[in-house]
Write a protein that binds this ligand. Structure first.
Ligand code: P6P
Length: 335
């Protein structure tokens, strides 16, 4: 059960942690939460409102767009563009920065998001989510340039995700720990159900797309092979494996019971140093994971320290339970 703390109440209390808070941040988060409620409704209605299936279009990633990719992107834009809290937005589904229309005032924050992460799962009714990251605009109240978004992950003011699963949850951090909220549809409010989430330091559960095994770097090959050898191998214990193909679901499982998630650098497409995008997948999830006591790395460097070079830059990701990620990083150091 819960003590009934609503997200609205929680955000206002969080606002007290933010220096010179003017209420803008709280109002921005409230608009973001409204978008997430609308997306949750669309995702959960699914086939009933004809939002399943793919379009003929591709996004900047060269990925076929699902109807819901476009619909959810539109919901995020329309719900957050008007209130005067943002200097610009960037999304997995848009090639360029989204400029706030002239009819609306500009604000001091930047919003970066993947409106429907794991959308390839939508038609088969497996959990998907929205990932978001809030940065401060280098110069507030001025239309943001692309360069304004290229800030290391340590500059994030807030990061979070919505998980549209058996229940709709919102998990977020503002740098003071990680808290999870569950949507009570009868009330229309997110209720604090998972206060101060922490990732167990150890785990026996790894998540990786094993079909890419032949493309992995040697340290990852070694790590996974040793997991598969189980208690007869050098790790001396058996492991379990999961792969949902929805990063939000994987990270939520790790926050809930521990684990290690890997989408490592692979040689499948040498032009791509990884599959996941730094600004709107790796950075927000890394902020959350670190705030919950976990570790998040490319294998060679801390993800939150990386200087982004482009809106849609891809990076390798190895994140989760501290002690298990450290094993993989140790293998990378050994070469
Ligand atoms: P694959 C979803 O498209 C995503 O960006 C992440 O959410 C997920 O972890 C990964 O890609 C799945 O990739 O290669 O298994 O389809």
């Amino acid at each position: 059960m819960h003590n009934g703390t609503t997200l609205t109440q929680f955000i206002i209390e969080e606002q007290r942690h933010i220096a010179n808070a003017t209420g803008d941040f709280t109002a921005l988060l409230n608009d973001l939460v409204t978008a997430i409620k609308v997306i949750s409704n669309a995702v959960n209605k699914g086939a009933l409102i004809g939002v399943m299936g793919a379009l003929d279009s591709q996004n900047v990633q060269g990925e076929t767009q699902k109807k819901l990719d476009v619909i959810t992107n539109e919901i995020m834009i329309r719900t957050n563009e008007w209130a005067g809290h943002l200097a610009g937005m960037a999304s997995e589904e848009m090639d360029e920065v989204y400029a706030i229309p002239n009819k609306y005032p500009l604000g001091k924050y930047l919003l970066v998001f993947d409106p429907l992460d794991g959308s390839s799962n939508v038609d088969i009714n497996i959990s998907v989510g929205t990932i978001f990251s809030i940065l401060r605009a280098p110069v507030g109240n001025r239309a943001a340039s692309m360069e304004d978004f290229l800030q290391p992950g340590v500059k994030q003011v807030c990061a979070g995700y919505a998980l549209y699963g058996s229940s709709t949850m919102l998990v977020l951090t503002t740098g003071h720990g990680v808290n999870g909220f569950t949507l009570d549809r009868e009330v229309g409010e997110f209720i604090l159900t998972h206060p101060d989430m922490k990732i167990p330091a150890d785990t026996k559960e790894f998540a990786i797309n094993a079909s890419n095994q032949r493309f992995w770097e040697p340290p990852v090959q070694r790590y996974v092979e040793e997991c598969l050898q189980g208690k007869e191998g050098p790790r001396g214990r058996d492991f379990n494996m999961r792969w949902v193909a929805s990063m939000v679901a994987e990270v939520h499982r790790i926050l809930t019971r521990g684990g290690i998630f890997m989408y490592p650098r692979d040689t499948k497409d040498p032009a791509k140093p990884g599959k996941l995008r730094l600004l709107y997948e790796a950075n927000p999830m890394s902020f959350i994971v670190e705030q919950a006591g976990g570790v998040s790395s490319t294998g060679y460097e801390r993800i939150l320290d990386m200087q982004p070079e482009g809106l849609h830059q891809r990076v390798p990701v190895i994140l989760g339970s501290k002690n298990e990620v450290e094993v993989v990083l140790g293998y990378h150091r050994e070469g």
